[in-house]
Design a protein around this ligand. Structure first.
Ligand SMILES: [Zn+2]
Length: 304
């Protein structure tokens, strides 16, 4: 029952495209002024992911950081040419609550214009650094013309994650924010009345493969879809190691099982090979897929 029932359901594989020195765990060591002096390893890592996605027929969504896009324009073009969705991860990887309204809007707009300039298409989606969703964020995204946001993580115990306010259900079964944009939360596991983080990242590297995949099958059975996330630096065990200057938990979280991520991803894609690995835009019927979607009448009615 396990695999058969879940097999045709959509799985959205999302990649937060940033480099190893831009993650929150290492922020005390690498403030933005230092980024230009760090070794850029993101290109090689993304090409490895692209190869794996191609081999496993995965159409993914890349939430691209503007700072990286500016320096790796060819890479962003290559991702788009490979058939994946290009979405925005903002420009400077600051948590939403740290930027005041205007600065937050400018950060998002800068990345949006950059990505549009590179690919010729405005990104339909956005994901906040560390899932730091705020109501102000969803309002700004609505004003800027984004179709969806994927910044909500329902796991309540990570203090960096934002809280969702005012989200409600659409007729098509999606969530929407007050500003009218759709919200696509990453997936977690509900177990004995608790929310267990199960969407990817360090949690994907922590659990034994079989256990993690069992949880994904359970989410697919219950919710009919699964939204996963990972980062290019998670497939790079040779990245520079920082032994000092960060706390133990952050170090554990960042470096855990990096040498096994590629193998685990391959296993995961193989295990769910009968599912549909599709981009967030295609799943939601927004952006370039807007006119083909009958599921969200209030949005498609406005399209022309
Ligand atoms: Zn990020």
């Amino acid at each position: 029952m396990d695999s058969r029932q879940s097999d045709k359901k959509p799985i959205m594989v999302t990649v937060d495209l940033e480099d190893w020195f831009q993650v929150e765990n290492l922020r005390p060591l690498f403030p933005q002024e230092t980024w230009d002096f760090c070794e850029l390893r993101v290109e090689r890592n993304v090409y490895m992911l692209l190869e794996l996605f191609d081999a496993c027929h995965v159409e993914a969504t890349f939430f691209v950081l503007g700072w990286v896009a500016e320096r790796c324009r060819g890479l962003v073009r290559e991702i788009a040419r490979s058939g994946h969705e290009i979405a925005s991860h903002g420009y400077s990887h600051r948590l939403c609550g740290e930027l005041e309204g205007v600065a937050l809007g400018e950060d998002i707009l800068a990345s949006r214009e950059l990505l549009q300039d590179i690919t010729g298409e405005a990104p339909a989606g956005y994901r906040a650094p560390n899932f730091s969703i705020t109501k102000e964020l969803t309002d700004i995204l609505g004003e800027l013309g984004f179709a969806y946001d994927s910044s909500y993580n329902s796991f309540g115990l990570n203090s960096r994650y934002g809280r969702a306010e005012g989200l409600r259900q659409t007729a098509g079964g999606h969530l929407t924010a007050g500003s009218g944009i759709l919200e696509l939360p990453v997936s977690n596991l509900e177990l004995m009345g608790r929310t267990v983080p199960w969407a990817g990242g360090g949690y994907f590297r922590f659990w034994p493969t079989v256990v993690f995949e069992h949880g994904v099958a359970r989410i697919l059975r219950k919710e009919g879809r699964y939204i996963f996330y990972c980062h290019p630096w998670e497939v790079d065990p040779a990245q520079p190691r920082c032994a000092h200057g960060i706390d133990r938990v952050s170090r554990f979280r960042h470096y855990l099982n990096l040498d096994r991520t590629m193998e685990r991803l391959g296993h995961f894609f193989h295990r769910f090979q009968g599912s549909r690995f599709i981009s967030c835009s295609r799943y939601l019927g927004v952006g370039r897929y807007e006119r083909t979607c009958g599921d969200i009448p209030e949005r498609s009615a406005a399209a022309q």
